[in-house]
Design a protein around this ligand. Structure first.
Ligand code: ADP
Ligand code: ZN
Length: 744
């Protein structure tokens, strides 16, 4: 007879989390009991009755059955939030592949005895006038850090110490100097409060526009009729999405329910958060990745005590243990950071969908450039689609020019700037307007293209850019296809095929050479090692301490640079030709979002996109701000190649320190997949070297599997997990990535 066993953990908020106990499911509970249920069990030598959570149900027991005890019964009153999180962990484990413990640790912060941090705050002792005169002196003496803090104090009077030393990058010495001169006082509080305290910002309730009103009314009327839905708001930047979110949160709180709002970590800026604190006060809290497990646990205690009703944060905010969740909002839903980088590689949007289903909450997705995945679902009626088409601040969208760098070359211009961009930069410097120069660069883009005709060398099987390797070959990182590099172009015959490399440092050097009198700030991985550097650079630019900001990742909501009237995209080609199937989508999003940075103030903006592929559909549609057109064309490519969302893609990565063993294992798994697949349903690509074939001294190989059905891919994942467990590998790891966002 088939018997069912349950793995039960006794205390989920404890370090013992990683010790499940196996129990027999009594016949009366067969088919009734679910993962996540709270149960009564006899425990220990004395068989004391205690309660625990079922984290997994299985058919087989790893232990001697005669020694196992039986579950007594279901606990009548389950703690709902915890049960939900365990169900979510189980969903994550099954859908993305990981161990039980990895999945549980993803959703639950473990209680750790960390020293409780006292909350230090810095409070101004002077009024604004006093602060202004101190500011003047500090500026004269070039005490930049002090000046930065004082400027902030003029607006906010009372700021958390850690925020100042952290995000604002002001040293403890600088604060101490101000304390000594009686400019500020430092106070300590016992409890951990909100990371940012804003107590005197005026909140303005706006009259919703017709477009905004329709969304709010529709969602509320669904909720009141007991209909749970997912809504996608496609609204250009500045069209009032955030105002819609805030209204919906208000209504959610009125129903005595709680709300979670995800925003990308990079957008957790003072400017963005202020609006929420101003409206919701202390019922808002924020989590971010720099918090320790213990701090997160403290936050969640406040949630359990009912003090916090709105949680804002990056993807992990999803796991806030609200008892009565009513609303989940995902802003900038297209952002790649919603996908976890480590196992389990879950996508926050999908997990949010499951969470909404488990709790009955409504799910709102918003973006100026929705992901192809979400738009596809909206078109198919799975999500309700809404559009916000007007900028509510009155300013207009910028004018976009596309400059073809092939033409520049023909005319003898070898600079990184087209003549048009050069002229516009000069013009803005003269007017003292600000300029952003954007270098679309990610990963190790090693694509090659012809400078004469723009042809990019691609894989004949995967339609993905090939990348140049030091051994002189061009390789496909999906299927492993290889061919020797040749500088002669297949299409036009010119000897002009080259690799494409440009860095922000190089651009900075160029700018300094061509515009020696311009003040330049640079923002890239080197200059922003810490998150606070990043915030500092942005606020310096916002304070007009520079004319030109050069950067790789400046597409940030919550930083309106009113002085910027010109945005230049130096080389769209970097993004267009990234070696994965989402390259076009990401390029389009980046170009549109970068364009949105121009003309946020009173003066209209201009945008110059430079590229060797001016005819590329992503460039063309971005220039005309035509999302629909882009979507249609991108979907026809995805359909043709069966890439998501037309199909599903599973990436399997094999990693280890010995190259030969990694190769052997990848071949072995590849054969395993061949034996599993019924050829109609799935297709296998690879094995091949990963695009970063060696990272931190680990060799990496990948296999991709495509299928129309997600479930077929889960079956393959399960089979590989089982096989790998039996192999008892100690030197290699195998990782899964479903519908990858960033490639391996
Ligand atoms: P998004 O989130 O789409 O970028 P926001 O909600 O931040 O847009 O709104 C952009 C600007 O428009 C903000 O300054 C906001 O205060 C303003 N705004 C939003 N809704 C309205 C409205 N109904 N009437 C007037 N101004 C509005
Ligand atoms: Zn290929």
């Amino acid at each position: 007879m088939k018997r069912l066993y349950a793995k039960v953990i006794v205390d989920i908020s404890h370090e013992k989390l990683d010790r499940p106990f196996t129990y027999i499911v009594p016949s009366k509970l067969l088919g009734v009991i679910e993962e996540g249920d709270r149960v009564q069990i006899p425990f220990g030598a004395g068989n004391k009755i205690i309660s625990g959570y079922v984290i997994e149900l299985t058919d087989k027991s790893e232990y001697d059955i005669s020694k196992l005890k039986e579950i007594i019964d279901l606990e009548p009153k389950s703690v709902r939030a915890d049960a939900t999180l365990i169900k979510l962990a189980s969903f994550i484990r099954k859908t993305y592949g990981s161990t039980q413990i990895q999945a549980l640790k993803t959703v639950m912060p473990v209680k750790k005895t960390v020293k409780r941090e006292v909350n230090k705050r810095v409070i101004s002792r002077l009024d604004s006038q006093g602060l202004y005169s101190v500011l003047e002196q500090a500026e004269k003496k070039h005490k930049n850090a002090q000046a930065r803090l004082i400027r902030e104090l003029i607006s906010y009077h009372d700021i958390s110490y850690s925020f100042i030393t952290g995000k604002m990058n002001v040293s403890a010495q600088a604060i101490a100097a101000l304390e000594k001169n009686d400019v500020v006082s430092i106070t300590c509080e016992e409890v951990y409060r909100n990371p940012i305290k804003i107590d005197h910002v005026e909140d303005v309730e706006l009259n919703l526009s017709d477009e905004q009103r329709k969304i709010v009314d529709d969602v509320n009327s669904d909720i009141e009729s007991g209909i749970r839905n997912t809504y996608l708001i496609h609204g250009i930047t500045g069209s009032g999405k955030t105002e819609v979110y805030m209204r919906l949160i208000e209504d959610c709180l009125k129903r005595d329910k709680q709300a979670i709002m995800l925003i990308p970590e990079i957008a957790l800026t003072y400017q963005n958060l202020t609006r929420f604190y101003a409206r919701f006060g202390d019922s808002v809290s924020v989590i971010h990745s720099k918090m320790t497990q213990g701090e997160r646990y403290d936050q969640f205690l406040k949630v359990k005590e009912g003090k916090v009703k709105i949680m804002i944060g990056p993807r992990s905010a999803l796991f806030t243990p609200f008892e009565n969740l009513g609303l989940i909002i995902i802003d900038e839903e297209h952002e790649g950071s919603y996908k976890a980088e480590n196992m389990p590689k879950y996508h926050a949007r999908e997990v949010a969908g499951k969470l909404a289903e488990l709790t009955g909450a409504s799910l709102i997705l918003g973006s100026a450039t929705p992901s192809i995945d979400s738009y596809y679902r909206a078109k198919n009626g799975e999500y309700k689609l809404y559009k916000l088409t007007q900028r509510l601040t009155g300013n207009t969208l910028p004018t976009v020019y596309v400059e073809d760098m092939r033409e520049e070359l023909k005319e003898g211009n070898k600079s990184v700037f087209s003549r048009h961009l050069h002229k516009l930069i000069e013009d803005r410097l003269e007017k003292h307007d600000q300029i952003m120069l954007f270098l679309n660069r990610r990963g190790v883009s090693g694509f090659v293209s012809c400078r004469e005709c723009g042809e990019v060398i691609k894989c004949p099987h995967c339609d993905i850019s090939l990348s140049y390797h030091r051994d002189g070959n061009l390789k496909c990182h999906y299927c492993g296809y290889e061919r020797p590099f040749s500088s002669k172009c297949d299409k036009c015959g010119a000897e002009k095929v080259r690799g494409f490399r440009a860095g922000t440092q190089m651009i900075e050097d160029f700018v300094k050479k061509e515009f020696p009198y311009a003040l330049v700030l640079r923002m890239d991985a080197d200059s922003t090692k810490k998150q606070e550097d990043y915030e500092t650079i942005l606020s310096r630019f916002a304070n007009r301490e520079a004319d030109i900001l050069i950067g790789t990742q400046m597409i940030v909501k919550g930083h309106d640079f009113k002085g910027v009237t010109l945005v230049g995209v130096i080389a769209a080609d970097m993004a267009l030709n990234a070696e994965d199937y989402r390259a076009g989508e990401r390029a389009f999003q980046q170009l549109v979002q970068a364009s949105g940075r121009a003309g946020r103030g009173d003066n209209p903006g201009e945008v110059v996109i430079q590229t060797y592929q001016s005819e590329h559909y992503a460039v063309q549609y971005a220039a005309s701000q035509d999302y629909e057109g882009f979507y249609e064309e991108e979907m026809s490519f995805r359909n043709l190649m069966m890439y998501p969302p037309a199909g599903n893609l599973l990436g399997v990565q094999i990693q280890g320190s010995e190259e030969a063993r990694v190769k052997k294992l990848s071949t072995h798994l590849s054969e395993l997949i061949d034996n599993l697949k019924s050829k109609e349903e799935i297709s296998k690509i690879g094995p091949a070297d990963a695009s970063l074939s060696k990272k931190c001294d680990l060799y990496r190989r990948v296999i991709y599997i495509k299928s129309r059905e997600y479930n077929h891919l889960i079956d393959i994942k399960d089979a590989i997990e089982k096989d790998v467990a039996e192999l008892k590998l100690t030197k290699e790891t195998v990782m899964f990535d479903f519908n990858p966002m960033n490639g391996f």
